[in-house]
Design a protein around this ligand. Sequence first.
Ligand code: SF4
Length: 64
Amino acid sequence: MGKKVRIDNDACIGCGLCNSISPATFDWDDDGKMKAIVDEIPDGEEDAVEEAVGSCPTSAIIVG
Ligand code: SF4
């Protein structure tokens, strides 16, 4: 089973970085912020999500 992933909506500033790194995991919400479109990190996206976690300017991506 993959690790869980979600985004803290209050912390996200909608910079779009995580979507550009892992579009299979993250996509835009209706409010101009980002959301995880999956409950668990998709197979093969682990490294990309890890990069997104490290790149997010507000540490809004929560894994585990
Ligand atoms: S990288 Fe962080 S701040 Fe930027 S859209 Fe993704 S979750 Fe939001």
